[in-house]
Write a new protein. Structure first.
Length: 293
């Protein structure tokens, strides 16, 4: 065997887990569920329309996530939580390929236009643009409140789903969009308390790195109050089943956020972060079930 062959570097082949991480498919699944719940609540019962919505929404969310990881690859390499992602870890070495993959997936989401129309497709495009450009490229490195506007990405998914069956210029879809908008800060700020040291060392102006855990916990609590209040207003249009779930899930999340404000520890913050996801999941499932019953 030649010396050249011995010196040749091993070829790194990304695994399916790398692709799942690169495209943030778990987040994509939540975005898809948001759009589906909105579509069903608006009255859509067409299996074909819902299937196209799922594919288009997943393409837009996955593409935006790939762009996020392309743009954040330098920050990811400096943070313990993200250093193992495919780009900073070197398991995917061609960053430009990730850029084109992200752009291609976002563009592919617009292939839904012939089935869903321009409205839903443009909402999906707006959501991807908000996450990849407004949040990641513009605000994340500049302000601790970047995630507030970043929350609009989820709102656009809800509006895209609603638009396939009814107009979004009505109180119910706008309230649902507001719920998604208000959900993101409490969810992310709770996590930022856990990762405060990571953000500070990486130079990311997350709220916890700028204001500290106590003030961030107070912001989580205040935002949670606004979130739960808005979710209950939506019950005026969503029915009794949704109201019952929103009351129970909202009370649990508020209690958790209140304890976090009193005890802003990493353990409390992690619990609040996990419970916020369960809270949103409960709201979305209740919204869809209320429309079907």
């Amino acid at each position: 065997m030649s010396a050249t062959a011995l010196a040749a570097p091993a070829v790194v082949v990304p695994s399916w887990r790398d692709l799942v991480a690169l495209l943030k498919l778990r987040i994509g699944a939540l975005v898809v569920l948001t759009a589906l719940a909105a579509a069903v609540a608006a009255g859509s019962r067409s299996a074909a329309d819902l299937a196209v919505l799922v594919l288009a929404c997943l393409a837009a969310a996955s593409g935006a996530s790939a762009l996020n990881q392309y743009l954040d690859r330098d920050l990811d390499a400096r943070m313990g939580r993200t250093a193992g992602r495919p780009l900073p870890a070197g398991r995917i070495r061609n960053a430009r390929a990730v850029l084109w993959l992200g752009l291609g997936l976002v563009a592919a989401s617009q292939a839904a236009v012939p089935v869903l129309g321009w409205g839903p497709a443009l909402y999906l495009l707006a959501g991807a643009f908000t996450y990849a450009v407004v949040y990641t490229a513009w605000l994340k490195r500049r302000t601790p409140y970047s995630i507030v506007l970043g929350g609009a990405a989820g709102s656009f998914a809800a509006l895209a789903g609603w638009e396939i069956a009814a107009s979004t210029w009505a109180p119910a879809p706008l309230l649902l969009a507001a719920v998604l908008f208000l959900w993101t800060p409490s969810h992310f700020w709770s996590l930022s308390i856990v990762l405060e040291r990571d953000y500070r060392e990486a130079g990311v102006p997350a709220l916890s790195a700028i204001a500290g855990a106590r003030r961030t916990a107070a912001a989580v609590h205040a935002n949670a109050i606004a979130l739960v209040a808005t979710s209950l207003l939506l019950a005026v249009y969503a029915g009794w089943l949704y109201l019952a779930v929103a009351l129970a899930a909202g009370a649990g999340f508020l209690a958790c956020a209140h304890r976090l404000r009193l005890e802003p520890t990493m353990e409390r913050a992690w619990l609040t972060f996990k419970l916020s996801g369960a809270h949103l999941l409960a709201l979305l499932l209740a919204l869809a079930l209320s429309a079907l019953t």
